[in-house]
Design a protein around this ligand. Structure first.
Ligand code: FAD
Length: 452
């Protein structure tokens, strides 16, 4: 079949020719000769020539928008929830991103952000009543993701206060305790911490807590140490978990910072989440009134209820850390030029970017479903543990690839990605290591406990 099939094809062709442009061109080149050469070119060579001509004409294609939400999961949020998500994003971009590296480097916490964060009105987002919004776990997950997308330290600070500390009171407190503490914590007038881990007991907290409590009259006396306790250098209250000498069960206490016998020392020289203030807490005959004992925390099972809820949040945080790293890397590859072109145009670079995006999208869809299970009231320990294992493993791989794409700049703090690589290490280990969460899932799918 010929190129031009009919007279009407010829008419269409003639209509589309810009005769002025053709006239100008004929003054520059021998048109007959050019048509001879072009007509002998292969499709592939023609394509290359057109691309080259477009580039030379100064018309540059705008690069696609950098967006780690490839399957558009945010689009499923209601208008009101999406607004909250975007409000948090705006806060993170304007208030946190510009200062994140500076505070991380100094290992200081930016105390001035607490009232600004309070204005977002997002503490205890899923709790019903007590000044809390009663929103979905799904929205809470998106918020954890938005925070970690910019700075995992800030999302950790928030998760400890809003999830672990407020959550302990929400799930294990008496009505009176909830009425008293939750509204002031929701407004961030009072900041909370959560003290479970000890210097000698981490993964084995379920059966191995050595911090003790003893009831003497209307008071409890607590003795022991807690390690790694986020926010505890400045928190107003810390939830302390201790073993009752009388019945050997784990109990929880709302310990105020001014309680005699409570000393919190800042842990120094961390290589991850440096902005988070982790404390080594020493409790020496620390006296706590019975009214500050969490009235509905009667055994480690109650502590585990809190951890199940917050572990889902950590999985979302891992997604945020991975998403932030992916987006930083993609943006960098579009801007960074080598061999005269953006490195994003190299096949091996695209391979890494696509691997990262695949991991990220798998993590996002997994935690999305996790939150649906949570909202449906059917979340199990093994659901939360699998999400934590999978997301933190993939996050580690994404930040690794992202750093690789930054070349040498990947180890400079000013390019942000080094902070993501370091912070991912802490997220990988806290709220249950990979091994412990794998053992929880392993026990569920085999019926065999392999913990000891
Ligand atoms: C930055 C940061 C913030 C933290 N914030 C808090 C906080 O606010 N409050 C709090 O209470 N805690 C906090 N933690 C503590 C955290 O939850 C613990 O670090 C974590 O549970 C692991 O305990 P561990 O560090 O003592 O490690 P270990 O328990 O000593 O584990 C060491 C290694 O042994 C492996 N292991 C242990 N037991 C087994 C087993 N049975 N089978 C196979 N492998 C096993 C672990 O998986 C790990 O790889 C924080 C930790 C970090 C790093």
């Amino acid at each position: 079949m010929g190129f031009l099939e009919s007279f009407s094809d010829i008419r269409t062709l003639l209509k589309n020719i810009d005769l002025d442009a053709l006239g100008k061109l004929s003054k520059k080149v021998d048109l007959n000769r050019m048509m001879g050469v072009v007509s002998k070119m292969s499709e592939e060579d023609l394509g290359k020539m057109l691309k080259f001509m477009e580039a030379g004409s100064g018309k540059k294609k705008a690069p696609p928008v950098v967006n780690g939400d490839f399957y558009e999961l945010s689009a499923t949020l209601t208008g009101e929830d999406r607004e909250i998500q975007l409000k948090v994003r705006d806060f993170m971009e304007t208030e946190i991103r510009p200062i994140a590296n500076e505070y991380w480097n100094k290992a200081h916490f930016p105390m001035h952000i607490i009232p600004l964060m309070a204005e977002l009105n997002i503490c205890g987002l899923t709790y019903k009543g007590y000044g809390c919004a009663g929103k979905s776990a799904l929205l809470e997950g998106f918020i954890a993701m938005e925070m970690a997308r910019v700075d995992s330290s800030i999302s950790t600070f928030f998760g400890v206060h809003s999830g672990l500390a407020m959550g302990s009171i929400y799930l294990c407190g008496s009505e009176e305790q909830k009425q008293h503490w939750l509204p002031i914590m929701q407004r961030m007038d009072v900041i909370g911490a959560f003290g479970l881990t000890e210097p000698e007991v981490g993964s084995g907290v379920a059966g191995g807590l050595t911090t003790t409590c003893e009831r003497i009259g209307d008071e409890w006396v607590i003795n022991g140490q807690k390690k790694w306790i986020g926010n505890a250098t400045f928190s107003d209250v810390t939830i302390i978990w201790a073993r009752d000498l009388a019945d050997n069960q784990v109990k929880g206490f709302i310990v105020r910072k001014e309680n005699p016998g409570f000393v919190a020392e800042k842990m120094q020289d961390k290589m991850a989440l440096r902005t988070v203030q982790n404390a080594l807490i020493t409790l020496t005959d620390c006296k706590v009134p019975e009214k500050d004992r969490l009235q509905n925390a009667n055994s480690f099972k109650d502590t585990a209820n809190v951890l199940r809820m917050t572990r889902a949040g950590v999985a979302w945080q891992a997604v945020g850390c991975g998403r932030g790293a992916y987006e930083l890397a993609l943006k960098y590859t579009l801007e960074r030029k080598q061999f005269g072109r953006p490195i994003a145009g190299f096949q091996l670079v695209q391979d890494l970017l696509v691997t990262m995006l695949g991991d990220l999208t798998a993590m996002q869809t997994l935690v999305y479903r996790l939150s649906q299970l949570q909202d449906g009231g059917v979340l199990t320990d093994e659901h939360a543990s699998l999400a934590k294992v999978f997301s933190t493993l993939r996050m580690r791989s994404i930040v690794d690839h992202a750093r690789e794409l930054f070349g040498g700049n990947g180890i400079l703090l000013e390019y942000d990605i080094a902070r993501f690589v370091a912070d991912a290490e802490a997220i990988y280990s806290y709220e249950g290591t990979k091994e412990i969460n794998s053992l929880i899932v392993g026990r569920a799918i085999t019926g065999e406990s392999a913990f000891v």
